[in-house]
Structures are given as C-alpha cells and as structure tokens.
Design a binder for this molecule. Structure first.
Ligand SMILES: C[S@@+](CC[C@H](N)C(=O)[O-])C[C@H]1O[C@@H](n2cnc3c(N)ncnc32)[C@H](O)[C@@H]1O
Length: 275
C-alpha cells in the first residue's frame, strides 16, 4: 500500500481532537473491562519472557503491565499524557519498571529494529492512517519479531456501536482509516501483505447490572460516547441515538435475568515479519 500524503496541519488537528477525546471521561475505568482477556490472548500466543516489547497506544497500560509481569522488558507509548500518568502509577504500585512515553503511533520515537514484539490492543485501530501506522510498527520491530494486534471486529459490539454513532456524527476526514477497517480480515491481509498474518476471532465479556447501567457507564466514562452525547444533546438528537444504542445492546445481550452480558468480538492478529 502507498503511504498517504495529506495536509500535515489537518492531521495534527485531528490528533489533537483524538487526544482530547481519550483524555475525556475516565478511560482507565473503561479499560478495567478489557484488562484480562485481550492481554491474555496476546501473551498466550507469543512468549515475551526476556523480550523487548513495545505496546503502542497503551492507554492506562494494560498490556505493558501484563507483559512485564511475564518477564518482558516492556515499554508503552500513547498520545495522552493523562493516561500515561495512570499507567506509571500502576507500574509503580506493582514494583514494575516500564518506560511510558508520550508520542504518536504514526511517528514512533524509536530506532529501526528496536523491539522483538510490538503490540497494540484496540489502540492503533483508533489512530488516523493505517498505512503509516503499519509502516511504523514494521520499522521498529526486528526482522525476526512479531507484531500482535487486538482489534474490534466490524460486526461485533464495538464495531456496531461505531456504525450506529456514525449515522449521527460527522464523517471523519477522507485520509482517516475508519476503525472498522482494522476489524476486516481482507483489509488486514492487504495492509501486511508479504508478512505471515494469523487472524483468530475471540470475545471479551462486558458484564453490568443492567442495560441502563452499561449505557450510563459508557456515556460518563468513554470519551467517544461522552463527546457524542454532548454534541447531540446540543442539537436535540441525543435521545434518538440513545434509543438506537439501547436497541443494539438489547439485541446483543445474552443475559436473561435483567442484567447485561455481551460478548464483544475482536480479532487477535499475529504478524510475523518476512524481511
Ligand atoms: C481504546 S483506547 C485503548 C488503550 C489501551 N491499549 C487498552 O488496552 O486499554 C485507544 C488508545 O489509543 C490512543 N491513541 C489514539 N490515537 C493515537 C496515536 N495517534 N498515537 C498513539 N496513541 C493513540 C488513545 O490515547 C487511547 O489510549
């Protein structure tokens, strides 16, 4: 794939918007609901003991911490300093030494071939340009190393959440890779063409006392939903979106006792470099 050429100021403006969105609400509280299954999926697939590992778009550090506990020399990078502060506090509390660096997945501040393992859990999926990111992930990963990604699938819970929100929110700029593409198998194989790519489907459970409790939790804590709510309330359209979201969650809910249990589908993508 060709690397996109785009007005740098448009890209910077979008990243500032992303930074503010992920700093809004309480993303670390949301991340507690994905702290176990996705990191375990990667760490079951790849032996990280004694390896140099970078977790890109690490947020509050779920994967970096889990990998360090397994013996990796782990590092983490994210756009949002507020989330890295939480990651550092978690590492300190666990007595783990993990450098957490503020930076951009599209311009990783590391030399070529720096890491044996490069990971991202629902992370690079939300950064702007897939081809730029894939090039950076490959650049910092050693030739015999592995890139491991966990991406929400386009037809699972979070993929459908973004489809529904997309009916109400302005379309992103044309240079942006929609997050759903990272949940599309054909796209991933094209993006990493020439490498050995293994893709498996998994699910992460979301369990809440009720559909209403789940909705309220995301509206208050998950930056993308919190910001959509603020915008659409001002336009008088929030109640319509909320009704559509309730219908989606009710359709996917497998609990029968009034609570909410949704198994949200994701891809585990393991890329072995062929270079
Ligand atoms: C859904 S969160 C996932 C965080 C974390 N990987 C986890 O498992 O909880 C998406 C993350 O991507 C980060 N992010 C978005 N765009 C980024 C970029 N261009 N460079 C680095 N991080 C970025 C956000 O700040 C946020 O922490």
């Amino acid at each position: 794939m060709a690397i996109s050429t785009t007005d740098p100021s448009a890209v910077s403006a979008l990243k500032e918007q992303h930074r503010a969105t992920w700093a809004d609400g309480d993303y670390p509280a949301v991340a507690q609901h994905i702290a176990d299954v996705p990191p375990a999926a990667i760490l079951d697939a790849i032996d990280v003991d004694g390896k140099d590992l970078l977790d890109v778009a690490t947020g509050s550090g779920n994967l970096a911490l889990a990998a360090a506990r397994e013996g990796a020399r782990a590092s983490g990078l994210d756009l949002v300093e507020e989330l890295l502060a939480v990651a550092r506090a978690r590492a300190d509390a666990d007595g783990l030494s993990i450098p957490f660096t503020q930076g951009d997945a599209e311009a990783l501040p590391y030399a070529d071939d720096s890491f044996d393992v490069v990971t991202s859990i629902f992370g690079v999926q939300f950064a702007p340009r897939a081809e730029v990111i894939a090039s950076e992930l490959r650049r910092v990963c050693r030739p015999d190393g592995h890139i491991a990604l966990v991406n929400w699938t386009k037809d699972g819970l979070i993929g459908r959440l973004f489809q529904v929100m997309g009916r109400y929110m302005p379309a992103p700029p044309a240079f942006v890779t929609p997050p759903a593409r990272w949940g599309d198998e054909a796209f991933l194989r094209e993006l990493f063409a020439g490498d050995d790519v293994t893709i498996t489907r998994r699910t992460n459970p979301f369990v809440f006392p009720s559909v209403e409790a789940y909705m309220t939790f995301f509206e208050e804590n998950y930056g993308p939903t919190k910001r959509a709510k603020a915008k659409l309330q001002a336009e008088g359209r929030w109640d319509d979106l909320r009704a559509d979201l309730r219908a989606l969650y009710t359709e996917l809910n497998v609990a029968t006792d009034g609570s909410l249990h949704i198994d949200a589908e994701f891809f585990l993508v393991v890329i072995s470099q062929e270079r």
